[in-house]
Ligand binder design. Structure first.
Ligand SMILES: [Zn+2]
Length: 344
């Protein structure tokens, strides 16, 4: 068993908080999770919530990779969320169980066959999405077209080019943006935080992650060239909220996905972000995302942190948990009715 897999898991995204439940006004309806991953079962490692505080300052006499791994296998918190056992599809099964418990339907990012396999295990829960990264997947636009035209995938994403050092407006992405616009299929792109010290982790490719590529303005020329592109910014360009707000105002077709930032940052800081987006008038374009990859136990806390936000009304929670994503994904009235029935 190596730690390589452990490092991968944190790359694509992020981890959880058990807060004081405030029972009044809890959201009871269906939830669309725009940010799930179909990974393989993993090795024992755990998350603390907030994840960002799980890691110490770097004493540079040691390797950051060693410090990072130690923090994950010996989590410095009282209530860590452990990864699923690496046998018998435990990760997939535990993810489905967590979704059933909280009435979640999820957009599931994964490699084509893995995403399909999970969907087949719970077709009423999973909406497969085709994950993509320039330089890693090496799929041509023609290959991506053929996969998308199977109808198996509701979106192209997670596009995780930021981990490969590739900006949204990199010319290598141009044929893929054009393709998604032509096929009228949504795209979901990682823009924002990864894990702490990503570029110093030992896994191949980690060295190319750059915080500067979180900048939401890097999407602007893409949107101008492809105005019909349906874009979800996963992780909302965190922590660059003001820039993201400027983009939401200038480009009314753009949505954002909370993308695990609710358990990555300490709750007061995340709430500042969420409140800013809502107060700026963009409550209709914020979508829930747990960023569950390796820790099914994060789904509940990811929901609770939003549900316990003291400044959100019930209507605003319903928009974030369900209505906005249903609009973004263009669910039919019958599909929406079926989801509400499932949640009863
Ligand atoms: Zn991500």
């Amino acid at each position: 068993m190596t730690f390589t897999r452990l490092v991968i898991l944190a790359f694509v995204c992020l981890a959880s908080i058990h807060g004081n439940a405030n029972a009044k006004g809890r959201y009871q309806g269906p939830i669309i999770d725009m940010h799930l991953h179909a990974y393989e079962d993993d090795i024992p490692a755990a998350l603390c919530i907030p994840w960002i505080t799980q890691f110490p300052a770097w004493d540079t006499r040691e390797e950051w990779n060693d410090i990072w791994i130690k923090a994950m296998v010996e989590p410095p918190c009282d209530d860590p969320i452990w990864a699923a056992s690496p046998v018998d599809d435990a990760l997939m099964k535990a993810t489905i169980a967590a979704m059933e418990e909280r009435n979640v339907i999820g957009v599931l990012s994964g490699a084509p066959d893995e995403a399909r396999r999970w969907r087949d295990a719970a077709p009423e829960r999973f909406l497969p999405s085709l994950e993509f990264r320039i330089g890693r997947d090496n799929r041509t636009p023609e290959e991506i077209r053929a996969l998308l035209e199977t109808g198996d995938f509701v979106a192209l994403g997670e596009i995780s080019n930021q981990y490969g050092g590739v900006a949204p407006d990199d010319e290598r992405m141009e044929p893929f943006w054009a393709l998604a616009e032509e096929l009228d299929i949504p795209v979901a792109i990682h823009m924002g935080d990864g894990t702490v010290g990503t570029a110093y982790l030992a896994f191949p490719g980690a060295a190319d992650y750059r915080a500067a590529l979180s900048n939401p303005y890097l999407l602007e020329e893409v949107l101008i060239r492809h105005p019909r592109l349906r874009v979800s910014v996963m992780h909302y360009g965190a922590p660059l909220v003001d820039e993201m707000i400027a983009m939401l105002a200038s480009h009314p077709q753009v949505y954002i996905d909370i993308g695990g930032m609710q358990w990555y940052y300490p709750r007061p800081f995340f709430y500042e972000h969420l409140r800013k987006f809502v107060d700026a008038g963009f409550g209709k374009r914020i979508m829930f995302g747990s960023d569950q990859g390796e820790w099914p136990g994060v789904i509940g806390p990811a929901i609770d942190i939003i549900d316990e936000a003291p400044f959100l009304t019930k209507e605003q929670k319903a928009d974030i948990f369900y209505n906005n994503a249903a609009r973004f994904l263009r669910f039919s009235d019958d599909e929406i009715k079926a989801h509400h029935e499932m949640a009863k």
